[in-house]
Design a protein around this ligand. Sequence first.
Ligand code: SAH
Ligand code: SF4
Ligand code: F3S
Length: 436
Amino acid sequence: MKKVYIETYGCQMNVNDTEVIFAILSDAGYERTEVMEEADLVMANTCSIRDNAEQRIWGRIEVFHQLRKSRSGVLVGIVGCMAERLKDKLLDTHKVDLVVGPDAYRSLPKLLAAVTPDSPQIDVLLSRSETYADITPVRTDRNGISAFISIMRGCNNVCSYCVVPYTRGAERSRDAHTIVREACDVYARGYKEVTLLGQNVDSYLWKSASETVNFAGLLERVADIAPDLRVRFATSHPKDISDEVIAVMASRPNICKHIHLPVQSGSSRMLELMRRKYDREWYLERVAAIRRAMPDCGLTTDVIAGFCSETLEDHAQTLSLMEEVGFDWAFMFAYSDRPGTLANRAMQDDVPAAEKNRRLNEIIELQNRKSLERYRAQIGRTLEVLVEGPSKRDPSQLCGRASNNMMCVFPASGRSKGTYTVVKVIDCTSATLICE
Ligand code: SAH
Ligand code: SF4
Ligand code: F3S
């Protein structure tokens, strides 16, 4: 058996794609290794979302190239979003042997068979139908408790700042039966939590001759597999999250009460320029609807600071929205101009870098304060957690997530990984609940 080593960057969907790649390569005679130096094939599954994500990967390509020079026969492959975006430009560096886009992983065995030092191989064709529905991913999580399942690929939204529609192609939904089967399969192997993944899960829609399944319907089917199988999902789009989905969540105790609902900006003018197709009022109404149905639902978000033409007034609107909603935590980014996007072609990236970072720091500071408030509000409560294993900081303690996705640490006292336990919150930081 030959050995393949893969580093994964970017989002959870890339993590899942790497698991699909391991499955495809295992049929081609490659087994997985976590030691780069012993691999015959070294790959990076890459991300293009922000310029700094790509810069980091260029650094890794250098490292792989050195390895390739010192050990003959080692192949280097770049796959994923950056492969799709840069195509031949990667081959032109003469530092990689394989360039494969997100919809072309089935061709990996064929490309590997054809590759020689003088003829690198490339396949970056996007597909309208590929969902890898029939491939059973080789799970790479370490705990054996929580599995990720892709339910759709691509994105049809064309937010003006975003490269994903160009790197991942058009949106398509995976056969609902294969999703349910995969969830049943991981449950049978001892997993206790599945997370359904897509760029915009609310627009999931799968049709066959006899049935149509939307996201609410899919959630129900997966939740009904077993009462002790937790179901999570990401990411929801504020324009699409429906009352039906909220009602299904509220009706099933095993659907975790957490929604990742990226707002991007609190200014309706910015949201319009970003082509998000909702405004501040719509977003706040969706949050209100979620909280009416599920008062304890965890809410997290993504925020971009310093998008094209953002004024201090727009920025203040983002801060005030964050103040008003009170997210549990957030991913916060300075806007990064991406070649080929609508913003790149038609707008000016006119907020200076230093000012973007100043605004970003204000956003981060506010969020840290809000996180602490939200976590403090849990003190005194009892929560049901799924035990994931020893706590990273203190191995004598265990850790696990509450339904609302907050991480809890608590004394081990005989409990084991993969079981549910009820804990009482006695203290917290801005990212962890300390429990007994
Ligand atoms: N599909 C998800 C997000 C996918 S990308 C959604 O629509 O919400 C993850 C996050 O990266 C986005 O929510 C956004 O906050 C951020 N992001 C995307 N493009 C970016 C860019 N050009 N600059 C800075 N942040 C960006
Ligand atoms: Fe990008 Fe918008 Fe699609 Fe999310 S919804 S992946 S931000 S284009
Ligand atoms: Fe990055 Fe591609 Fe995911 S650009 S965030 S790896 S879809």
